[in-house]
Design a protein around this ligand. Structure first.
Ligand code: C5P
Length: 224
């Protein structure tokens, strides 16, 4: 059976990762959360106090970063490792979310991540979600989905997720972070968030996870 590349892009907190994960599982494909890579790089820069506004420091810092995706022993879910440390949980923190878009806008950071992403897609049979997957990483992906959802729904979903870990978090903080990331991601010079011309829009404001998966599976059928 022919294997394809599925690129899922869209705004922050639209449920891209949830759909991508479920779709990959159903298809027996590899799942790659490209945002996790930018988040892990951000975590490293924060920990090591790298002054990322000084672009000359970036290449050396990146040389010390090794990113891996490995399945969780118990759940089988794919998780990201930063220099052999599982950081899947840590990178979801708002402290990381507040800086990640700034760091993801840096040219060398993007080149570093995109090169690895393209390597992972060499054999196809992959679902990758992010901001530039259908436009830059895999411009020839067989299926491109662009996800959106109403702002209020996105804020509510992300708030629910974050408040479980940090009860002190406010809805306003979460809303502001989503808005700020969307703005930076869509307006940066390199690989800004754009809907690819050949992408299919999926607005999931009123769709359950199951309904989204069904729609996506139908799209895959049409694309292979
Ligand atoms: O997908 P997630 O929200 O975890 O991504 C975190 C951030 O990483 C985004 O807000 C964006 O700044 C950056 N990102 C990116 N390109 C991607 C995926 C994520 O610039 N392909």
């Amino acid at each position: 059976k022919k294997k394809i590349i599925v690129a899922i892009d869209g705004w922050s907190s639209c449920g891209k990762s949830t759909l991508a994960r479920a779709l990959a599982k159903q298809l027996g494909y590899i799942y790659v959360d490209s945002g996790a890579m930018y988040r892990a790089i951000t975590l490293y820069f924060l920990r090591e106090h790298i002054d990322w506004t000084n672009e000359t420091l970036i290449p050396a810092a990146l040389e010390d970063i090794e990113l891996d995706f490995r399945p969780n022993e118990n759940t089988g879910e794919i998780e990201i490792y930063l220099n052999d440390e599982n950081v899947e949980y840590l990178i979801r923190d708002l402290i990381v979310a507040e800086k990640v878009s700034e760091i993801a806008a840096i040219k060398d950071v993007r080149a570093f991540a995109v090169e690895q992403q393209q390597k992972m897609g060499k054999k196809k049979g992959i679902v990758m979600d992010g901001r530039d997957i259908g436009t830059v990483v895999f411009p020839r992906a067989e299926l491109k989905i662009f996800m959106t959802a109403d702002n209020a729904v996105r804020v509510e979903r992300r708030f629910k997720e974050l408040v479980e870990k940090n009860p002190n978090i406010s809805v306003e903080e979460v809303a502001e972070n989503i808005q700020m990331r969307d703005y930076i991601d869509a307006n940066r010079e390199i690989s800004p968030l754009r809907q690819a011309k050949d992408a299919i829009v999926l607005d999931n404001t009123n769709l359950t996870q199951d309904e989204q998966l069904k729609k996506a599976l139908k799209l895959v059928k049409g694309a292979v």
